[in-house]
Design a protein around this ligand. Structure first.
Ligand code: PHE
Length: 460
């Protein structure tokens, strides 16, 4: 007979498995590639502060909402909305999530492809010896503009993602991420220690960590909220599907807390590596940086080879870093493709393989303009397709999805019903009243106001 102790341990083990799977989705290029771009473009530390507040007050709130809806219905977002409120337009929020997911997958895979390209370059020894900013910048620009190479890498990323999803080898992915995520974490810590011990790192750290409150405006807040949604995989149904795999024994509140915490930590550490390295290498003051430096989509790919070239054993560190980045990116692309696939499988009875291949092929085609918009084709570069896609889908639509999910939970399904679901597995929910306030008012109202402001500013 099973002793209570073994039973308890088994229970705990499955919670950890969930946290790893959900963190695998959350931690990825969003924290390591996108976060530093946003910090660089939005005034440094003030953005970091807004991001942390957004994760705590809005990200955590919506994450718990999605997990609760998912576990309660054991379904994907469209199915869940249909199950709770049949024959209402609410399922449209689920469809919006599916479209958003496919669009994010398309350009995210381009950047995942860059990571694969950088792994290849590192193995070939492209970053041996001292790497200067100028050299690193030139390597990135030449690579990103190489149309054939980026398209091949894009294809490879989407093919791997499709293969994994079509097989449904969830357990394999979980086993991988359980070992590899902690290794990535340790590596990032080692790299950050090296970065903060570089001469001149203080200027980088002060840009990154000392907020200049005069730089605050609604734009900064908009991008911080968008980054919180993006990095936590919220607003399109990913966490609903992941929540649908959680058993009733588990504590949703602490699971959500852990995923938010670990993702934020990785993002913060990524910044600790990138900014001191950049400032060291460019010899700029924070003011010069804000005025003269053009933060582009390649900032991470430009900074990492520099720091790696400054470490003993840098060749091996480089290979490890880009391999792990690639895996972190793949655990995220897999979670994006899972959203449309689980819809077609559950609701339309398609085979997993057919659904994954079709959506994968669609995302590849959709990704071509983004892939070629970084120097590959001049007019696509001018239109800045990848940045525009990221603005529309990665910021606006994820945030809108988050607002609608909050409104759905709070006013259609009702907070008291969701609290019943949450209390299974977490008897003491100490943040109950804060969460109730946030899901009813703070998240929907604040995020809607920011969205209205941004849309009016850009369109009118
Ligand atoms: N959170 C992922 C990352 O930071 C990206 C993602 C967004 C994944 C939305 C799923 C859904 O890399």
């Amino acid at each position: 007979m099973e002793s209570p102790e073994i039973f308890e341990r088994g229970n705990w083990g499955s919670k950890i498995a969930f946290i790893f799977a959900a963190s695998g989705s959350a931690i990825g290029l969003g924290s390591i590639w996108r976060f530093p771009i946003m910090v660089g473009l939005n005034g440094g530390a003030i953005f970091v502060l807004c991001y942390i507040l957004s994760v705590f007050f809005i990200g955590f709130t919506v994450m718990l909402a999605e997990l609760t809806i998912g576990r309660h219905t054991q379904k994907n977002l469209v199915g869940a909305l249909k199950a709770i409120k049949p024959n209402t337009p609410w399922k449209g929020v689920g469809f919006m999530g599916i479209i958003t997911g496919i669009c994010i997958l398309s350009y995210y895979s381009v950047v995942a492809g860059w990571s694969a390209g950088y792994l290849y370059k590192t193995i070939k020894g492209a970053f041996r010896g001292e790497v200067t900013w100028q050299a690193s910048d030139a390597i990135f620009k030449t690579f990103a503009a190489d149309a054939l190479a980026v398209l091949i890498f894009l294809f490879v990323i989407i093919a791997i993602t499709t293969f994994v999803i079509s097989k449904g080898v969830k357990s394999g992915i979980e086993r991988w991420s359980k070992i590899l995520m902690p290794v990535l974490f340790i590596l990032i810590i080692i790299l950050s220690i090296r970065a903060i011990t570089l001469p001149g790192s203080e200027t980088g750290l002060s840009f990154y960590l000392k907020p200049d409150f005069s730089g605050f405006n609604l734009n900064v807040l908009f991008f911080a909220v968008g980054q919180a949604f993006f990095s936590l995989s919220l607003g399109m149904g990913t966490m609903t599907v992941y929540g649908s795999y959680i058993t009733k024994k588990e504590n949703l509140v602490s699971s959500a807390g852990w995923v938010c915490f670990s993702t934020t930590l990785v993002a913060l550490l990524a910044g600790i590596i990138i900014f001191p390295t950049l400032f060291h290498s460019l010899q700029l003051t924070p003011e010069q940086f804000k005025q003269d430096f053009e933060v582009g989509t390649g900032i991470m790919f430009q900074a990492f080879p520099i720091i790696i070239s400054k470490m003993p054993g840098g060749y091996i560190f480089g290979i490890m870093f880009f391999s792990l980045l690639l895996i972190a990116a793949l655990t995220s692309t897999i979670s994006m493709l899972e959203v449309p696939t689980s819809y077609l499988v559950d609701e339309k009875q398609w085979s997993r393989k057919k659904a994954a291949v079709l959506i994968g092929a669609g995302s590849f085609v959709l990704g071509i303009p983004s892939a070629l918009s970084n120097g590959g084709v001049p007019f696509l570069t001018k239109l800045n397709i990848m940045v525009v896609m990221d603005l529309i889908f990665g910021n606006i639509l994820l945030a809108l999805g988050g607002v609608l999910i909050s409104v759905f939970l709070a006013f259609s399904w009702k907070v008291k019903n969701s609290l019943k679901e949450i209390s299974i597995g977490s008897k003491k929910f100490r943040l109950r009243s804060l969460w109730t306030f946030n899901i009813k008012y703070l998240a929907p109202v604040v995020v809607s106001l920011i969205l209205v402001f941004i849309v009016m500013k850009n369109i009118l």
